[in-house]
Design a protein around this ligand. Structure first.
Ligand code: SF4
Length: 328
């Protein structure tokens, strides 16, 4: 399995230098993604998920800065690449789609124009070949009447269709890794399910790896092979998907799972995790989740737990120290 690693993030630290101090948005984060695998990254907003994705693409802009760590992609450290090389990697080997496609699509160009452009710049295709490939891509992402949509502008499409166009554009250069940052948050539930099924089908069909970032555990329940749970810039749990849903280990994961609505339960009162994500500009002692944790003890408030590992699962919580031993 080790040789199958596509992306290996090692001890990544990304910080923002603000007027009131240094904010460590990603704090010694390590994880890997295997070829063809879908890794779900979950946590509330402000937990460092998107900053991790931007760090992988080397797109953190001032006042943000990657302070340390390595991002190994197919054995090469992306943090040592030149701007020019990174631009090529972003265009051809790693693609990213965002929550709101309108921010990434240019309103003054047709859909066809925008995908053609990507193909001509990165693949060197002729005008005619780019057009054919674009229509093929629109079919691949299940856009009805692709020849007609090719000539249309982004505002003429629904939110779900625009997200499909973004996916088509992201796939134009056959990336090995597709990073999806909250790809369905702006969509209604039915369209959300369709987009997730589409990402899942494309992953299998094209053999690419997917990093799916979301605040909503329900979104990744059917799609992810493995899940990382992030809290306050740190990984607090890592687990195969099924095991995490059957038996969440970290109290934060447990709380996130309780806040997932159940289909068919009528008007259900949704569980809310009380309290707020900590202000990372302030100094904290002990476990960062302690103020919101129903199991917190004096030890939790005094000493930060290490990330413990047992088999294919990891958890950062004192409740497992005795059973698992300290492995960080
Ligand atoms: Fe809760 Fe303590 Fe575990 Fe932190 S270490 S999650 S406070 S039980």
């Amino acid at each position: 399995m080790e040789n199958n690693i596509l992306l290996d993030v090692q001890d990544l630290v990304t910080q923002f230098k603000l007027d009131d101090g240094i904010l460590t948005a990603v704090d010694h984060v390590s994880f890997s993604i295997h070829r063809g695998e879908t890794l779900g990254v979950v946590g509330e907003s402000g937990c460092g998920k998107s900053v991790t994705a931007f760090s992988i693409l080397n797109l953190v802009s001032p006042p943000g800065k990657i302070a340390s760590g390595k991002i190994m992609f197919e054995g090469e450290n992306l943090l040592e690449k030149s701007k020019h090389d990174m631009k090529k990697i972003r265009g051809e080997r790693i693609s990213m789609i965002f929550q709101e496609p309108m921010t990434s699509l240019n309103p003054v160009f047709t859909i066809g124009n925008q995908i053609d452009e990507t193909l001509r710049v990165h693949k060197g295709l002729s005008r005619q070949d780019a057009r054919e490939k674009t229509i093929e891509l629109l079919k691949l992402v299940n856009i009805p009447l692709p020849e007609q949509r090719y000539r249309e502008y982004p505002h003429q499409l629904s939110g779900g269709m625009r997200q499909r166009v973004m996916i088509a554009m992201a796939l134009a250069c056959d990336p090995q890794l597709l990073i999806c940052d909250e790809p369905t948050t702006a969509l209604d539930v039915t369209v959300q399910a369709q987009i997730l099924q589409l990402i899942n089908r494309l992953k299998r069909q094209l053999g690419m790896a997917v990093m799916l970032i979301t605040h909503d555990l329900a979104v990744i329940s059917e799609v992810a092979d493995r899940i990382l749970v992030m809290y306050a810039g740190r990984i607090v749990e890592e687990s195969p998907e099924q095991a995490l849903f059957e038996k969440p280990l970290h109290p934060y994961t447990e709380a996130l799972l309780k806040s997932v609505p159940h289909v068919g339960k009528g008007t259900e009162k949704l569980y809310m995790i009380e309290g707020m994500v900590p202000n990372l500009l302030q100094k904290h002692e002990g476990c960062l989740f302690a103020p919101r944790c129903q199991y917190a003890t004096d030890l939790c408030r005094q000493r930060e737990p290490a990330l413990l590992q047992a088999g294919d699962r990891k958890v950062r919580c004192h409740r497992y120290t005795q059973e698992w031993g300290n492995s960080e």
